[in-house]
Design a protein around this ligand. Structure first.
Ligand code: XBP
Ligand code: MG
Length: 228
């Protein structure tokens, strides 16, 4: 039985709707190789780099760590690499598809049946989001969402609460009337910073993070329960 005070569910995208970060990592590596760069992000390095939200910022952070000067040519290089990464990511999703994480489709279908709104608040860009939604379209029990906020709509990425505050504005709801679903500590901090109670389902890349601010921490959303 849904909690009547909850008027909307707001979902993070990468790691929450689907396990996408491994495909992002492989696509970053294809972009590095395609540009002739001798850079490979292995899984353990990528786990650390994910603390920096936003793919372009992540590349720049890596360059900085490597002691490279962050001048205009580096910023342009990072932008080009990020665009190439996103092309590989979208191409692979279109070719191979992707599964939603367990429990996601059911929770969204139940929200609709309960008259609750459903929204998305993500750090990724709109192109990547569309590529993902197309790849999972047959499994997703909705044609559209009541509000969508991407990294292109905000001036500061998660863990800043701006994405969630913008989603609340679009929904015309207060934080206390919503429930957020996240997979990462940065996302959790963003949602809680906007005054939204948050359920965390850690993804393969975020299991080591601190989720003490969450109201529930679950292996996946098939075990979500409404006693908040
Ligand atoms: C997680 C992120 C993103 C992705 C890559 O987004 O931090 O940066 O790793 O996507 P979410 P971009 O908020 O959905 O969990 O390269 O488009 O940034
Ligand atoms: Mg996420």
């Amino acid at each position: 039985m849904a909690e009547p005070s909850i008027r909307a569910l707001i979902f993070d995208v990468d790691g929450t709707l689907a396990e996408t970060e491994e495909l992002h990592r492989q696509s970053f590596n294809r972009a590095f190789a395609g540009a002739g760069l001798d850079i490979v992000w292995d899984q353990s390095l990528y786990r650390e780099l994910l603390a920096v939200t936003g793919g372009k910022r992540r590349i720049l952070h890596y360059f900085e760590q490597q002691g490279r000067p962050l001048d205009r040519s580096m910023v342009a290089l990072a932008a080009g690499l990020h665009a190439a990464k996103n092309r590989y990511y979208a191409e692979t999703l279109a070719k191979d598809g992707l599964e939603l994480r367990p429990g996601v489709a059911r929770l969204i279908a139940d929200a609709h049946d309960n008259g609750q709104k459903v929204a998305l608040a993500t750090t990724t860009g709109r192109g990547n989001l569309v590529a993902l939604l197309n790849a999972v379209a047959t499994a997703l029990p909705v044609d559209g969402f009541d509000a969508v906020v991407t990294g292109e709509d905000v001036s500061v990425l998660k863990p800043h609460p701006e994405a969630y505050l913008l989603a609340l504005g679009k929904l015309s709801l207060r934080g206390a009337e919503c429930l957020a679903f996240e997979d990462s500590e940065a996302g959790l901090r963003a949602a809680v910073g906007a005054g939204i109670r948050t359920v965390v389902t850690p993804s393969i890349y975020t299991r080591h993070q601190d989720f003490s601010a969450a109201i529930q921490v679950l292996p996946d959303l098939s075990s979500f329960h409404w006693n908040l």
